[in-house]
Ligand binder design. Structure first.
Ligand SMILES: [Fe+2]
Ligand SMILES: [Fe+2]
Length: 358
């Protein structure tokens, strides 16, 4: 049994335009980086692979895919209640994270044009893809009589600075986890079409190939920088980013369990599968992956999620702020403790077997 939080009624910025949800550690972030340092990256160690992926991105296989065909042209008023609220929440979260990718890639493309034309071209194609994805999701929200003001979002959100190394690790992981999230929903819908209450999910099959290519680009970029996979510091960072991405995923899936249940997906099974597949995929890029088969692995991730739900309940209660502050301390300590225990689980070395299993 999975506890979930009932999705709140959407707040409006103006009629038909949804106010973005409050920023928390779990909402998709907007990033900025040291653009000059990215422009100076020496990619010669893996240039052939990077060029091959840029060729693929240039081919633009999905240029005719994002079309709103006749299936979309009908009323969606029959989607009501918690299902409607949870679906809007899913669309908003997905749209925001696609749009966040668009803004970062667009800026990278613009700032690298002069000094690193190859990377600039790659980021231009990836920005093109993310703009399509965000636009398609926003039109789906409009079918539910709401949309996001992306201009407002661009100006109002805080931008988190990440050095280029962190951007490479986290964007690689978010593209690959995005691929698995979309493809597993699509496979589920193919198997159980009765849950396909809206035609968006049908689009995920080709859509996720964009994310897969983006991930492959970041993998090639990562492997071109020896210090990002060969140093002991790299190994510590990789463990950290794998863990934070998987913990965030677990917390968001369980927080939004009602959406997954509405489309017939078991939240725990889905979360575990997405994490296992993403972890296995990242063996191609990273010098190590996490041991998801360790008996405590998913149990501790779920402990983090349960404590996150406790924090959400405290935040929603009518207690005075000071009381809430003290009430939040035990669950925050519990999350930190479980994350530390997870971090200390011995990881799996992927460099020694590289070339034989990949
Ligand atoms: Fe995307
Ligand atoms: Fe992407």
């Amino acid at each position: 049994m999975v506890d979930s939080v009932a999705t709140p009624e959407p707040q409006l910025l103006k009629p038909g335009v949804k106010a973005p949800v409050a920023e928390t550690l779990l909402t998709p972030r907007f990033y900025t980086t040291d653009f000059d340092a990215v422009a100076k990256l020496d990619i010669s160690a893996n240039e052939a692979e990077i060029r091959a992926i840029v060729d693929e991105l240039r081919a633009d296989y999905n240029r005719h895919h994002f079309v709103r065909d006749d299936e979309f042209k009908q009323s969606w008023d029959h989607i009501t209640g918690e299902k409607r609220r949870a679906f809007i929440d899913f669309l908003e979260r997905s749209c925001t994270s696609e749009f966040s990718g668009f803004l970062l890639f667009k800026e990278l493309s613009r700032r690298l044009k002069k000094n690193n034309p190859l990377l600039s071209e790659a980021f231009e194609y990836m920005a093109r893809d993310e703009a399509r994805h965000a636009g398609f999701l926003n039109k789906s929200m409009a079918d539910l009589k709401l949309s996001l003001d992306l201009n407002f979002l661009t100006k109002s959100r805080t931008y988190t600075f990440f050095p280029p190394e962190w951007i490479i690790y986290t964007v690689y992981l978010s593209e690959k986890i995005g691929y698995w999230r979309y493809i597993l929903v699509n496979q589920h819908m193919q198997e159980y079409p009765e849950y396909q209450f809206y035609p968006l999910f049908r689009k995920f099959e080709s859509w996720c190939q964009d994310e897969n290519r983006h991930g492959d680009f970041f993998k090639a970029l990562l492997r071109s920088q020896t210090k990002l996979w060969k140093s002991w510091q790299a190994k510590l960072w990789v463990r950290f980013f794998l863990l934070t991405v998987f913990a965030t995923h677990t917390m968001t899936v369980f927080e939004r369990a009602s959406f997954y249940e509405a489309i017939g997906i078991h939240p725990r099974k889905y979360n575990n599968r997405v994490i296992q597949e993403t972890n296995n995929t990242s063996a191609r890029a990273f010098p190590l992956i996490l041991n998801t088969n360790h008996p405590e692995f998913f149990w501790r991730l779920e402990q983090c999620s349960e404590n996150n739900l406790k924090i959400a309940a405290i935040n929603k209660s009518n207690q005075p702020s000071l009381v809430k502050f003290f009430q939040r301390i035990p669950p925050i300590i519990a999350i930190a403790w479980n994350m530390l225990q997870l971090y200390l689980i011995k990881p799996i070395d992927t460099e020694t077997t590289r070339g034989t299993v990949l």
